[in-house]
Ligand binder design. Sequence first.
Ligand code: ADP
Ligand code: MG
Length: 225
Amino acid sequence: TQELMIKSEKLSVAGQLAAGIAHEIRNPITSIKGFLQLMENDIPEKKDYFEVVSSEINRIESILNELLALAKPKASDMEKVNLIELVNQVVTLLNTDAIMKDIEIKPVFMCKRCMVVCDENRIKQVFINFIKNAMEAMPSGGKVMIEVEQSDLVTVIKFIDEGEGIPDEIAGRIGEPFFTTKSDGTGLGIMVSKQIIENHSGKVKISSDQSGTCVEVEIPISYCR
Ligand code: ADP
Ligand code: MG
């Protein structure tokens, strides 16, 4: 809308950076707070939650390192990662919230060992952004499918939700910095995620109709396997 465009035009470069930082760091802090609260009680899941908290703290650390890297650029942190483990970790992280919202997050792996050469923390950040968008598109619950498949050429990860989809009128603006339809959104998630996937020589495709949205991430196989 008109108001949104004016708002983003008026933001300075420093303001844009500040909003980006806030967005990427607020997510892990919110989950750390939530999981710490759960860990107050002596429950059997304590060890799992501890691992989630610990990995979220690591993520904040990496994000801060990334920002410092803006001042002093260096090659990103590429390593061989098992997507099955990574996806399962992200699902554990988001599941408590999902269950409260009557949402089922269902990963489907069509490869036995889904190895990808990538920057693990950034890819994790991308998956969290897309799953959160899927969850936010289903205020009264539903299912988010995460399909992972691999050919000789590419790894494809699809995030499929049962929300109401993206109206045609706004489809062209999705991924523009600060474009959001949410009262508490920042409109940075898709832009940042797209940038990260493009840094992996990959692509993000979004398709949508009234019965849901599919966000498809495609990463070419490089020297792995
Ligand atoms: P934010 O989530 O902060 O709004 P994003 O960049 O993640 O920012 O998303 C931008 C906009 O794209 C959202 O406000 C929403 O309108 C739309 N969108 C993204 N993902 C979905 C989805 N899975 N279903 C419907 N709309 C979506
Ligand atoms: Mg988002």
